[in-house]
Design a protein. Structure first.
Length: 761
């Protein structure tokens, strides 16, 4: 410019025109400011006005020239430099002898003009620096623990079984099926099942004398590990070797084991589990299929009384099944003896449908199209007496019904209780899917770079705090659920009769908790991968569609949560039923002490970092919520009953409350098991990162329930805000270990099979 001092305006002009648009307001602000300066001549002002004329904007090349001039005055190594400092340097380039008073006047004028334009000088200067390092751009993946040691902790005693399954996945035969033809897909899944059966995996849970390993825990581990590969395979495997085979083992007796189990375990005898009916869904007690006994011929006649009593959604039925465990009402001499289980042939060895059997294909589904779900009708199908699975009930030599369990109710629930294993296999399978989704999304987030500071390079999207907020809580929750499901599995394997109701409720609840978590995790991970996550090749479509049904099969999640709540209410009632006056008084005193301790102003407002990170605080918050919700639900139902309402109506009115009872109970169980795992972990690096995940699970769950804690007076707003801040910080801290944490899942690359995270060779 003609006057060297005018060069000091270039940084402001560049910033104003940087986005190619100078607004009328910005132009007027600068014009008025320039016009007010007496030290500027008319020529100076006209020259400056020409640079801010919205009718005649500078060209892109001219703007770039300004940037080159300005950049020469920027010190890349001085992080404290301001835009006005650079402006003065430019003013002095051609006239270093400029009067100090004049420079001061210029300096303060430019500062005021920056403020008027809303420019943050310390930020704007980075537009001219060659390097711009920030905390965000510097943050990188850096493991603080040994991945292999954490994998060992996750796999535990099942490492050998898990690794055996993963090794099988490397076989060429297990390459993913790309065809959209349902029949091609079904055939591939059947082929996979046959390979697994040949490797001895199908019969794992069966007694050794019948071709198995007598290892139910290994069976669950196989189901979970298979879920890293293909979920149609998981369900086909589970129907054949779990539902079909285990129904024989759980409900039958030695004669059934000898006759069927070896052939079931080798897949020589494909079968079905025919419980669900169209009319009553999962309400097993109201099933309408009948099995009428004829003592003269020593046979049962199985019949579908009307169309809505058909067996629906039966896996293995549409194409491959040759026999089925059929749940039907046992009728003897016109008397209904309740639901029992029977083995009914539906096809011969050549796969021809037998007389009296009608089978329809359920058709194309949202997912799991490698499974041949079908609908079965029975029309007076005659089966021999020995086909009744008679562990809990039988027809004696006189043609009379008999059972070692006299109570019809108890017998029914004992029978169903033996099948609770499905509610352990499904949540473990769902968890594997959540892990797969997290592995893809987190690894992609670490690789994918987008945006960044002015003058700096793009940064991994996993460095963005909101991206961390989307994924890290789900990562923490998946680790938490992993240890909780190990606990549920152990409880089931070492169950005692007196504990069965509690275990059934716990398994039902964890099925709901895990599958809901998977649904939400997969959706968030898909969105976190943007358009790439929408491509089928990156697996989210398969993961999402195949697990959609997980929230409703083996029991609709909402129904299961009601079951959990009713179990907790029964426990609560029993607890009070056994209390004498002294123990009841002590209970009330304990509750009062809790209120005094945890509802005093210091506790409700305590935002100390050590307090918020304290596992004792977390555990008490979870326990307090569980106890309060349970007690309030019990009071509410009692009040409804006392008002004269029928118990069915009372529970219907309180259903939303009951869901919260189940949710609070499960969250407490998950937290406790996570805490126990950390306490028993010897490796310090693993223990430290698990501790961070524990804190995030605990605090993010408390944050989710913040409104409830505020309503109860357990916390005040200042504390819930501090918890939100702590969750943000934990997400930031865990981010550096996020990729190693998903590597610790040790999911085979062939199973992830997502190009967005495929390792470059």
């Amino acid at each position: 410019m003609a006057n060297p001092l005018l060069n000091s305006f270039l940084p402001l002009f560049y910033i104003s025109w940087f986005d190619d648009v100078l607004t009328e307001t910005e132009m007027k602000t600068m014009k008025d400011a320039i016009d007010s300066q007496d030290w500027l001549t008319k020529t100076d002002k006209d020259e400056l006005f020409s640079k801010i004329d919205v009718e005649n904007p500078p060209s892109r090349s001219q703007i770039n020239e300004w940037k080159e001039i300005i950049s020469k005055g920027v010190d890349d190594n001085n992080d404290d430099e301001l835009l006005t400092d650079v402006a003065l340097k430019l003013a002095l380039v051609e006239n270093p002898e400029t009067d100090n008073e004049e420079l001061k006047k210029l300096y303060f004028f430019l500062q005021e003009l920056e403020k008027s334009l809303g420019i943050i000088s310390s930020e704007a200067i980075f537009a001219f620096k060659e390097k711009h390092d920030t905390i965000t751009s510097k943050y990188v993946t850096e493991a603080t623990f040994e991945v292999e040691k954490l994998t060992e902790i996750l796999d535990g005693s099942q490492a050998e079984t898990i690794n055996k399954v993963k090794k099988i996945f490397t076989l060429p035969a297990f390459k993913y099926e790309e065809s959209t033809d349902t029949e091609v897909y079904r055939e591939k899944v059947l082929k996979w099942c046959k390979i697994l059966a040949k490797e001895g995996l199908g019969a794992t849970a069966y007694p050794k004398e019948h071709g198995g390993e007598d290892d139910v825990e290994a069976y669950f581990s196989i189901m979970e590990t298979l879920s890293y590969h293909d979920l149609s395979l998981v369900i086909k495997f589970g129907v054949q070797f779990g539902l079909w085979g285990m129904s024989i083992q759980s409900l039958g007796t030695e004669k059934h084991y000898k006759k069927y189990l070896k052939d079931v375990g080798s897949l020589k005898l494909p079968g079905c589990f025919a419980m669900t009916e169209t009319n009553h869904g999962s309400n097993v007690k109201s099933l309408e299929t009948t099995a009428t006994y004829d003592h003269k011929t020593k046979t049962f006649t199985v019949n579908t009384p009307h169309k809505l009593a058909r067996k629906e959604y039966i896996g293995n039925a549409a194409r491959d099944g040759q026999m089925a465990t059929v749940f039907a009402k046992l009728i003897i001499d016109g008397k209904d003896h309740g639901v029992n289980a029977f083995i009914v042939p539906i096809r011969d060895s050549k796969n021809t449908i037998l007389d009296g059997i009608t089978i329809e294909d359920c058709g194309h589904k949202m997912g799991l199209n490698g499974v041949d779900n079908g609908i079965i009708y029975f029309k007076n199908v005659v089966i021999p007496k020995e086909n009744m699975l008679d562990r809990f009930a039988s027809v004696n030599s006189k043609g009379e019904f008999e059972s070692p369990i006299s109570s019809d109710n108890r017998r029914f629930f004992t029978m169903l209780g033996t099948l609770v294993g499905g509610r352990i296999g499904i949540p473990r399978s769902a968890l594997a899917v959540a892990k797969s989704a997290l592995a893809i999304a987190i690894r992609y987030g670490d690789q994918r770079r987008q945006f960044g500071p002015q003058g700096g390079s793009e940064v991994p999207i996993l460095n963005y705090r909101m991206h961390q907020r989307r994924l890290m809580p789900y990562l923490a929750k998946s680790y938490a659920i992993h240890f909780a499901l190990q606990y549920v599995t152990k409880r089931f394997l070492h169950r005692k009769e007196a504990e069965m109701q509690e275990i059934e409720a716990l398994a039902a609840g964890m099925k709901a908790y895990s599958t809901w978590n998977t649904r939400d995790t997969v959706q968030e991970c898909r969105e976190a991968c943007g358009g790439k996550g929408y491509l089928s090749e990156n697996r989210f479509g398969a993961l999402k569609n195949d697990t959609e049904v997980y929230t409703t099969f083996e029991g609709d999640n909402t129904v299961l949560m009601n079951l959990v709540a009713k179990n907790r209410l029964s426990e609560f009632r029993n607890q009070f039923g056994e209390m004498n006056a002294v123990s009841l008084f002590n209970y009330v005193v304990d509750q009062a002490k809790t209120s005094i301790t945890y509802k005093n102003p210091f506790a409700t407002r305590n935002t100390d970092e050590n307090h918020l990170a304290d596992p004792e605080f977390h555990l008490h918050a979870f326990q307090f919520r569980e106890k309060e919700i349970l007690a309030s639900a019990a009071k509410r139902i009692k009040k409804l009953l006392d008002s004269g309402l029928d118990s069915f109506d009372a529970f219907n009115i309180a259903q939303h409350h009951l869901i919260n009872v189940g949710q609070a109970y499960l969250e407490r169980v998950v937290l406790e098991q996570f805490q126990l795992q950390i306490e028993t972990t010897n490796d310090k690096g693993s223990q430290a990162i698990l501790g961070k995940l524990f804190q995030l699970y605990a605090l993010s769950t408390i944050e989710k329930n913040a409104s409830w804690y505020l309503e109860q007076g357990y916390m005040e707003g200042v504390k819930t805000k501090a918890i939100r801040k702590a969750v943000n910080q934990l997400c930031w801290e865990i981010r550096q270990n996020a990729v190693p944490l998903v590597h610790a899942f040790n999911i085979p690359e062939s199973c992830l099979s997502a190009p967005i995270v495929t390792k470059k060779k």
